[in-house]
Design a protein around this ligand. Sequence first.
Ligand code: G7M
Length: 336
Amino acid sequence: MADSSEKRELGEEEINEFFPKIKKSKAHPESENGKGEHKITENTEESGNVLSKFETAAVLSDSAREKTVFVHGKISGQDAVVILEKTPIQKEVLSQIFSESRLKLQMKNDIYSTYQLQAPAHLNEIKTTVVFPATQKHIQKYQRQESFLLEETAEDYFSITLPYIQEQHFSVQWVYNILEKKAESERILFEDTDPKTGFVLLPDFKWNQKQVDDLYLIAISHLRDIKSLRDLTSEHLPLLQNILLKGQDLILSTFGLPRSKLRVYLHYQPSYYHLHVHFTHLGFDALGSGVERAHLIQDVIQNIQINPRFYQTRTLYFPVRADDGLLRKYREAGKM
Ligand code: G7M
């Protein structure tokens, strides 16, 4: 975590200014399930409790440290995944927590005492993400699994990984919805509309936007033909540099975080094969920011400057989970 001296929390006014309430938007005909039934989920005002009919099937994974639980279940007979996450305590509500809560003493010993503090409901929110209808791929994605590090030569990429990605058809409809302003349009913090070097910058849905300590934004390129790091060549340097510089500028002017406090990176493998760049607070150990998956954009830029075909020729390493079809393909090819 960042030093407390560096912590900067957003006041309510700032939150409202930067993150106004998201408007309802219409269902998009080509939504994730391809049937047009899936409403583009936007945070609406009080929209009723969609989870009241949720029937829990299994806890896919949980973490006491992260204070999260990933649950698989059904809503009206269809698969759903629900992610519950306790959020960080905001400094500006501390006085309310102290004055408005009920304290139940658990134990007292000399100068030490522990309590169960029951905070008022509005200070006790749980960030909740719902994927509905969820595909088998979503269910697998959130299931706790053993991981293996794959070694992917350039040849392996073209003969095993690329054909696998192409046959998967994992939808990036949510990305297109953002680019086309059909979803999350009011959450967009910055846009450069240039078709080649332009991008949209907005909060990642993992961030609750209430404190900058765990800031998490994503930049999504307008170019649609870059699947991952593997496709990047010197032709894309202006795009990468533009995302880095304008993203850093926006974060400094909006959140007061200088570039020395940011980790800006791409995932390999990504979950979604449309170029996007992660911006996270350096003091926050974001999931997926480890060396086995995150590639700093500054390194990516330099590697391509040194060798324009760096990512088409290098061996890359990345983790895969035990049930990942890609691992099976590598095993079948005798590579594991
Ligand atoms: O692993 P990968 O590099 O593909 O990361 C994709 C990122 O997109 C993750 O950090 C997700 O939390 C984020 N993300 C995924 N979805 C489906 C959404 C979404 O609908 N909206 C936003 N804002 N971020 C998303």
